[in-house]
Design a protein. Structure first.
Length: 170
């Protein structure tokens, strides 16, 4: 079907999102078109300022709307237990389970020599700085079971062993 050019552009934007197929993209584009003017302007403004309003937490690297995320600033969390994750999306999954009371550390990827991603390219140094200042720190590494995940796990274990950190794997 031939949609008006403006609607076709919106359909293509939605289709470029992960998990959105053509039918859902069409539904979303039409729903967007049918929004009342004020809601559409508000929606558009939120999208256009998303990157400016969301920052990386200065402590863990998670996304936040402040310099320190709500998890790192939560005084009831066990700061001595740090769960290391590949990316910030994994934090949402852990938090949904409502069973982890420690903090997180986001690496921003995995070591992958094939893709030219080395330890220096990841958010590892701030993790080391964090554990140096803790009493009896435990680092739980929750990375995917892949060659890159294993390589990153082994590297972290080797680096953290020199600081007397208990390293475990999920």
């Amino acid at each position: 079907m031939n949609y008006p050019a403006g609607l076709e552009k919106i359909i293509n934007f939605y289709r470029s999102l992960p998990g959105i197929g053509e039918k859902n993209a069409i539904r979303l584009a039409i729903a967007t078109y049918e929004m009342d003017e004020k809601k559409l302007v508000d929606f558009s403004n939120e999208i256009s300022t998303l990157k400016q309003n969301i920052k990386r937490c200065n402590i863990c690297g998670n996304i936040s709307d402040s310099e320190v995320c709500s998890i790192c600033s939560d005084e009831t969390r066990d700061k001595n237990v740090i769960c290391v994750l590949e990316d910030f999306k994994s934090v949402f999954s852990f938090e949904k389970s409502n069973s982890f009371n420690g903090t997180y550390h986001i690496l921003g990827g995995l070591i992958s020599p094939m893709d030219n991603i080395n330890p220096d390219d990841l958010n590892i140094k701030p993790l080391i700085d964090r554990v140096k200042n803790l009493d009896s720190p435990e680092v739980i590494v929750a990375l995917k079971s892949s060659i890159e995940g294993e390589m990153t796990m082994l590297y972290l274990k080797k680096v953290l062993d020199q600081y007397n950190v208990k390293v475990t794997r999920l």
